[in-house]
Design a protein around this ligand. Structure first.
Ligand code: PGA
Ligand code: ZN
Length: 399
């Protein structure tokens, strides 16, 4: 039996240049694996707690040395000698050790980094890829990518109040074909813009006259690439409504859906406006995605299932704080015919855990930025490698 021998954490940096936490787990075989936690900008209040040293001015209050110390001094002792492949015991121990609802005591950043690193190490010890280790299935689906090609809201310095303008390739027969189409659209969009600076998730971030102008230029770049909007490539939005100064109405969204090839809208309303969510979901048959609404939390998802508040859930492991709880939420969603979209955070890293998670859970979609900035591209590259390794058995999900 391979056991956890030691855990060592340190402060590293995320793609926005902010401090974040890495945990490295060592086995009784002297093998090790590490994981880095991401960090959001448009974070909801129902998310698990990210522990930062607010009073330490050396890093403008953003350092994570207290969380690092929680791993090195508290978590490492509690997990020592547990079997590395007993993820449910590992996560249960972490949850009980913290003992709070939102992991305020040890910090969800400290807990998740350890939880993910343990999975990676167990996969290494078993000599199987992470997606196979995390999965209960024998057949695997590659997720359809949602690429955020124009950034706004709190991810960019421009005047767009909608946070994410994404493209989703439709009806492709492989993941690599989905990426090829996206590549062409991004390159054609680039040619149409005079300012090609990118935002936090790698999408272009110039000023536009309006949200509609941003949507229209994406439609032009889809056509320029030789594709049919809606049939070959559709548009998906993340409004991130918690961050809006002026809330948008149900009619605003119904008009957008009527006028443009929009197939998915995430967070159209703020995180506790359950009523509006329910009304919009009833009035449309497109994908309505709960991010801040559900916060990858089973109780909130249960409420959403009962009230038919949405038909899809965004899955961010650091909103809940352990791998086991993340897998439980995905299970609950699938049992109730909610689509699962595995997601990065706007502050991310070279860690590609979510790419494996998306394949392991046969999630229909993944959202991990544009084809720019290595912390985004690394996830797509990981999926291309998985597709290649699966060979003839590799299939892409269907919506
Ligand atoms: P965040 O953005 O990581 O800044 O929260 C991602 C999202 O809202 O989906
Ligand atoms: Zn979101």
């Amino acid at each position: 039996m391979v056991k956890i021998k030691n855990i060592k954490s340190r402060q590293v940096f995320d793609s926005r240049g902010n401090p974040t936490l890495e945990a490295e787990v060592f086995s009784s075989n002297n093998t090790s694996a590490f994981s880095i936690v991401p960090s959001g900008a448009s974070t909801g209040t129902h998310e698990a707690f990210e522990l930062r040293d607010n009073n330490n001015k050396d890093y403008l209050g953003k350092s994570v040395f207290n969380a690092v110390s929680n791993v090195n001094n508290i978590i490492a002792k509690a997990l020592k000698n547990i079997n590395i492949d007993d993820q449910s015991k590992i996560d249960k121990t972490l949850i009980e050790l913290d003992g709070t609802d939102q992991k305020q005591k040890l910090g969800a950043n400290a807990i998740l980094a350890v939880s993910m690193a343990c999975c990676k190490l167990a996969a290494i010890e078993k000599k199987i890829p992470l997606f196979k280790y995390l999965s209960k299935n024998k057949d695997f689906l590659l997720p359809i990518p949602l690429l955020n090609i124009i950034n706004g809201g709190s991810h960019a310095n421009n005047n767009l109040d909608i946070q994410e303008f994404m493209i989703r390739p439709e009806n492709t027969n492989s993941f690599s074909e989905a990426i090829r189409r996206s590549f062409l659209v991004i390159q054609n969009l680039k040619k149409m813009l005079s300012n090609t600076n990118v935002g936090d998730e790698g999408g272009f971030a110039p000023d536009f006259k309006s949200n509609e102008e941003a949507i229209e230029i994406i439609i032009k770049s889809i056509e320029k690439s030789g594709f049919k909007p809606e049939k070959d490539i559709s548009i998906c939005l993340d409004i991130a409504a918690n961050e809006l100064k002026e809330p948008k109405s149900i009619d605003y969204y119904l008009n957008l859906i009527k006028n443009y090839p929009i197939k998915s809208i995430e967070d159209p309303f703020s995180e506790d406006d359950w009523d509006s969510w329910k009304k919009l979901t009833k009035k449309t048959n497109i994908q309505i995605v709960g991010d801040d609404l559900f916060a990858t939390n089973k109780n909130r998802l249960n409420k959403g299932i009962n009230e038919k508040s949405a038909n899809s859930i965004l899955i961010k492991p650091n909103q809940i704080g352990t791998v086991s709880e993340t897998l439980d939420v995905i299970d609950l969603a699938k049992k109730n015919n909610f689509k699962t979209i595995i997601s990065h955070r706007s502050g991310d890293s070279e860690d590609t855990f979510i790419a494996d998670l998306s394949v392991a859970t046969n999630s229909s979609q993944i959202k991990t930025g544009s084809l720019a900035r290595s912390e985004r591209v690394s996830k797509y590259n990981r999926l291309l490698r998985i597709e290649d390794a699966l060979g003839n058995s590799a299939k892409i999900a269907k919506i």
